[in-house]
Design a protein around this ligand. Structure first.
Ligand code: SF4
Ligand code: SF4
Length: 648
């Protein structure tokens, strides 16, 4: 007989509590450390598996996914193949809470264990959810499960990716389901549980995968939907028929019939309600090697792993090793978020590679694709790989056509922005030029704008390509500029700012590489240099002869601040075939105006003004859908035709 002290499964309890405490600490830290944002997705193996699948199918990672998730996902898969669903049994916080809520249900005497046909039918739900989750993740390159994942919703305080209604339903299923029904979420809802079970049916899983790969190898284009459907349907059938693999997993719970005293304590203690007391080897798919039955058994060496006393702590040791390996490997192996070549291999000559890091705009799948889209327009660039984890790109190019400097120039975007309006009495402006190292993209421009707005009275900011980057900061003529203080400010190591109601911190590393240069320019020059024209043509503009195009000019006024909404106004105007171009310009007094090109046989100036001032804007999305929005633009004074054929 065992000593009573040996009846607790303390190593498992320590691991479970450590996981919960780590999550709680990480969730609290942002309110203590300004700007600290924990990455709760980083150690989610299910996210890793989805990211891996998405990468293999689309050569791109799901947005926000990095190599660390993939490594954790692969380690989890290895763990299930060789041992069991150790993640479910030891680490998953949702599983831990489900067990704890279940104990509460037992205390209240309200918890039941679903058995028989109802149990078999309900088990299909998690396979259906698994199919839906993988299908939408692979199709969209976004982690679909984020929308309803209870763990993600709670730890991120219902972040923007979470659909509150879906997440509230799953949280209710975890809490209420677990109180009233034994491990309701784990057994019937969790898509990760379904995936782990399919891995446990190793021969079946490997068979589906090998056939799919062979079909692709032989040139038979078959959608991933087929193997996914077969895996989900097959997994469900194997689960409800109770079949199990002969070899994998390598470790199973065994019971010594000779020493068993039929006390049934192992059954009572098993969180999954597996009938350990009446089998020699536990082959049930729900067994996750948690070891509760081993600890519950009062007879020494009766319930064991593979009939061996020496294997008692193997699941605990393997779990800890897998977690440590995952954490230490996550920064060693790097998987690109996208890896593309847009020129066929046979056309590639003189290939060279250019690496650029520090690109803050390389932060998700969408921004990587936008970056690639920009490079595709450059002759001599063959392809690129982007790594969101390290904000890095690797660019393949023809060394006879390009060099690193030309490539940097190709992806650099010159930008300018007024930081405040220039007062009427300011006649001249000081233009300060600084050469900055470690300054790469629009994110740096934004951070520098914020820094200058917070700490200076700068009027405007402009960047132009250069190596180092040319940065121009504009001040009113009466502003005293202390050059060394300004240079020191530009080399600030961090800024904090508010975004969507949260305080964020950005690390900065700019280096001023030469003395600041200051020149004086006129107010008009400043306005021209900071002015950014907006121009778009439509309704077959190019087909019209310039002689029949008229121009209607109206003051932009305070609408200049609504530049982000111009597209609604432009789309609304383009509904009239007589309007063919919209542009903003500076007039002779350096005031911003809108110039609208139109065909006077189709529309007149009064009708244009009516369109500009209508209460509602009717617009069309790129995909052809239409919509309406309130017209926030105000044009108190009518414009006039600055060139009209009819008036000539
Ligand atoms: S059979 Fe034993 S190891 Fe398996 S889940 Fe039940 S208690 Fe845990
Ligand atoms: S707890 Fe041990 S002794 Fe009791 S039924 Fe289970 S295996 Fe037999």
């Amino acid at each position: 007989m065992k000593n009573k002290r040996n009846l607790s499964n303390w190593p498992r309890n320590i691991i479970q509590w450590s996981v919960i405490l780590t999550i709680v600490v990480l969730a609290i830290l942002p309110s203590i450390i300004k700007g600290f944002t924990p990455d709760f997705e980083a150690y989610c193996p299910f996210g890793g598996v989805q990211a891996l699948g998405s990468y293999l199918l689309n050569q791109s990672l799901a947005c926000t996914m990095t190599s660390s998730q993939i490594i954790i996902g692969i380690l989890m898969m290895v763990g299930v193949f060789l041992f069991s669903k150790l993640f479910c049994g030891y680490i998953c916080p949702v599983g831990t809470f489900s067990e704890w809520f279940g104990k509460l249900g037992d205390k209240l005497r309200v918890r039941i264990t679903i058995k028989g046909v109802v149990d078999k039918i309900l088990r299909s739900l998690k396979y259906i959810l698994l199919f839906i989750t993988f299908y939408f993740t692979f199709a969209s390159n976004e982690l679909f499960c984020k929308q309803f994942d209870p763990y993600y919703a709670v730890t991120t305080w219902f972040s923007i990716d979470v659909v509150v209604l879906y997440a509230a339903i799953t949280i209710a299923l975890v809490v209420l389901g677990s109180i009233f029904i034994r491990l309701f979420f784990c057994k019937y809802i969790c898509p990760f549980g379904a995936f782990a079970n399919i891995l446990k049916f190793t021969a079946f899983f490997a068979g589906v995968l090998i056939v799919y790969i062979l079909l692709l190898k032989f040139g038979i284009e078959i959608s991933y939907v087929w193997p996914l459907t077969i895996a989900c349907a097959g997994g469900y059938i194997i689960e409800i028929t109770g079949l199990s693999g002969k070899i994998f997993p390598l470790t199973r719970i065994t019971r010594n019939e000779d020493t068993c005293i039929n006390c049934n304590l192992c059954n009572k203690k098993c969180p999954q309600a597996i009938d350990v007391a009446n089998v020699q080897t536990v082959k049930h798919v729900d067994c996750n090697l948690c070891g509760e039955c081993i600890e519950a058994c009062p007879v020494e060496n009766t319930v064991q792993i593979n009939k061996k006393r020496s294997l008692r702590w193997l699941p605990v040791i393997v779990t800890v090793i897998l977690v440590l390996v995952g954490i230490s490997l996550k920064d060693v192996v790097e998987v690109p978020t996208i890896d593309q070549k847009w020129v066929p291999d046979e056309e590639i000559t003189n290939m060279a590679t250019f690496n650029q890091d520090g690109l803050r705009s390389i932060k998700c799948y969408g921004s990587c694709m936008a970056f690639a889209g920009k490079l595709k327009r450059v002759k001599g660039i063959y392809g690129m790989a982007a790594y969101v984890g390290t904000n890095k790109v690797k660019i393949l190019y023809d060394s006879t056509l390009l060099n690193p400097e030309k490539i940097q120039q190709a992806f650099f975007t010159p930008l300018k922005r007024p930081l405040q309006s220039i007062q009427k009495d300011v006649k001249n402006v000081k233009k300060v030029k600084a050469l900055l190292e470690n300054f790469f993209d629009a994110y740096d421009f934004n951070y520098l704008s914020i820094l200058l707005q917070q700490k200076t009275n700068a009027l405007g900011l402009q960047i132009e390509y250069g190596c180092p980057v040319n940065v121009y900061i504009y001040f009113a003529e009466n502003e005293n500029i202390d050059e060394s203080k300004l240079a020191e400010l530009l080399e600030s190591k961090k800024i904090s700012y508010e975004s969507a109601g949260k305080i964020k911190v950005a690390e900065l590393d700019y280096e001023v590489v030469s003395k600041l240069e200051i020149e004086q320019i006129s107010r008009e020059e400043y306005i021209s240099q900071l002015f950014e024209a907006y121009q778009v043509s439509f309704n077959d503009y190019d087909k019209y002869d310039s002689l029949i195009i008229n121009k209607y000019r109206i003051s932009l006024g305070k609408n200049a601040a609504l530049k982000r909404k111009f597209s609604y106004l432009v789309s609304h105007l383009s509904n009239n075939n007589g309007i063919i171009k919209f542009e903003t310009n500076l007039n002779e007094d350096y005031k911003q105006v809108i110039d609208i090109s139109y065909v006077d046989s189709l529309i007149n100036e009064k009708e244009i003004y009516n369109l500009l001032t209508s209460d509602t804007l009717y617009f069309t999305y790129r995909d052809g859908r239409t919509g309406t929005t309130e017209n926030v633009f105000k044009f108190p004074e009518e414009g006039s035709a600055i060139f009209s054929k009819r008036n000539e």
